[in-house]
Design a protein around this ligand. Structure first.
Ligand code: ZN
Length: 510
């Protein structure tokens, strides 16, 4: 039985005995007793020697304990909204998708379906999906089908009527929506207040079941409002990045990084400079295979310069989405002159899937954080897979985690919710098809646990099983230092702030 349990903070001291604590840095196991008070690890003793009065005891019976995962790139609230809509992630063809939409048509006023991934379809039918295809499903009810990356959606004629004329990159004839308009469909087809409230609970519970205890969440005021309102239902910790549209408002309010509390805090703003590989909109130096498309730059250099300098002046972080090699070169040409030595505000670049050698040099020189998603490798970078098809031979250079780490670049791992799940995603780094990206298992775990804490200035609070750190931890059923165990590994329990928020089967003390 799967259960989600527990209040936000533990009132009584708690003793975890017989915990095999995993230290990924030294690659060692230590059987320890942990004392947890007020949601924080207050003592750690090797062996079973610790005795305290009045505490609740849990015997972990030699199971493996690691720090909670930090997913450094999420859209949890939209994920929770999508969990209440039509989910196309398991469909393996366009036809499967259309059948699923048809089956759900009656119950919805607007049929909003998401997470289709043509890379996992049996045949290449993305071109066949147009406004007319969806009109055949319904000519009266609005239908929206948004791709898994969020950067691309196709709608039918009734839905197209809702798309205001000011949105750019809209192909009205074929019902195709790109970039901003696709990413912001929740502003056009607005989820109800009830859906938003449910989204907080649904998505955070899902994340906790996967071992995630903190997220770096990309958000906007309406989502943040729901999160603040429903904060008691949020099962984990949030560092929030608001989208670029609100950048100037944030500058005006004087909001600085770290504002908030241990559960919800402000970190910075997020800006997109290009699109995605899946939507063929990432800004590349050379075109996508068999096309002339080189993707799109979504922000001018001068605009980016202003964003960086105002973030620097105001004291908050920039999270810059940049996937293609051309996009990243442009971003770095701006950051090189704008970011002070050592990158004190810890600005970060998201994805960085394809990089030139010069860009790697510059990333190292400036000290930027590389926020990357190993699940993309697992999903799309295998030989003969999607990235090879759309990118050609250069796909072998993509997601080069090891090269970056060898240059002392700070790499942090997240999922972008495509899909969530650190144990699933890690595999993309451990079994990376190319040497430039392959990591040993301990290193991959570190990037998904303690590395992310640095990005939000929380490296003294999160990511380690040591006194003074939050009692955010995951109990595993087998040794994570042994790579062989990775595919069968199960999460037995997850603790956030000293409270077990999830337990598989019987509680750990049973
Ligand atoms: Zn994202």
């Amino acid at each position: 039985m799967v259960k989600l349990i527990g209040k936000r903070n533990q009132a009584h001291p708690l003793v975890l005995r017989n915990a095999k604590c995993v230290d990924f840095a030294s690659r060692r196991l230590n059987t320890s007793t942990l004392l947890i008070e007020k949601g924080t690890i207050s003592k750690k003793v090797t062996g079973r020697g610790l005795r305290i009065e009045g505490g609740i005891e849990h015997d972990l019976k030699g199971r493996y304990v690691i720090p909670g995962f930090i997913d450094a790139h999420t859209h949890l609230i939209p994920e929770g909204i999508d969990m209440q809509r039509i989910d196309l992630s398991r469909c393996r063809s366009l036809d499967d998708c259309l059948q699923k939409v048809t089956a759900n048509l009656k119950s919805a006023e607007i049929a909003f379906a998401s997470k289709w991934d043509d890379a996992s379809w049996r045949t290449n039918e993305m071109e066949a999906l147009t406004r007319r295809t969806l009109d055949k499903v319904s000519r009266t009810k609005p239908i929206i089908m948004r791709r898994i990356c969020g950067h691309y959606a196709v709608v039918n004629t009734p839905a197209m009527k809702y798309i205001p004329p000011h949105w750019k990159i809209v192909d009205r004839k074929n019902g195709r929506l790109y970039e901003d308009v696709a990413l912001n469909l929740n502003d056009i087809f607005r989820p109800t207040a009830e859906m938003l409230a449910n989204a907080v609970r649904l998505a955070t519970e899902k994340a906790v079941r996967l071992g995630i205890t903190s997220v770096h969440e990309i958000s906007k005021p309406r989502y943040l409002q729901a999160l603040l309102k429903e904060r008691e239902k949020a099962a984990l910790r949030f560092s929030v990045y608001l989208t670029r549209k609100y950048h100037n408002h944030i500058v005006q309010t004087g909001l600085r990084a770290g504002f908030g509390d241990d559960w919800i805090r402000f970190a910075g703003t997020k800006v997109f400079v290009d699109g995605s590989v899946g939507a063929r909109t990432a800004a590349l130096k050379d075109p996508f295979q068999r096309t002339r498309k080189r993707g799109k730059m979504l922000v001018s250099k001068s605009r980016l310069k202003r964003l960086v300098s105002s973030a620097e002046e105001s004291g908050f972080q920039l999270m810059i989405h940049s996937i293609g090699d051309r996009a990243t070169e442009e971003v770095l040409s701006v950051l090189r002159s704008q970011v002070p030595k050592g990158n004190p505000l810890r600005h970060r670049i998201e994805h960085l899937e394809l990089l030139s050698d010069e860009s790697i040099d510059t990333l190292a020189k400036i000290g930027l954080i590389a926020s990357m998603q190993p699940n993309f490798v697992r999903c799309w970078q295998n030989p003969g897979g999607f990235y090879e098809r759309v990118m050609g031979p250069r796909y072998q250079r993509m997601n080069c985690y090891k090269t970056l780490l060898n240059r002392n670049i700070k790499v942090i791992f997240g999922s972008d919710c495509m899909p969530m799940g650190p144990l699933y995603g890690l595999y993309g780094a451990v079994a990376h098809p190319f040497d430039c990206g392959r990591l040993d298992v301990a290193c991959a775990f570190r990037l998904y646990t303690e590395a992310g804490a640095y990005a939000t200035f929380e490296e003294k609070k999160k990511g380690k099983l040591l006194p003074g750190y939050f009692a955010d931890l995951v109990v595993l059923d087998r040794n994570p230092l042994d790579e062989e165990n990775l595919s069968a590994m199960k999460i037995d329990a997850v603790m956030v702030g000293g409270v077990f928020k999830y337990r598989r089967n019987a509680p750990p003390s049973a």
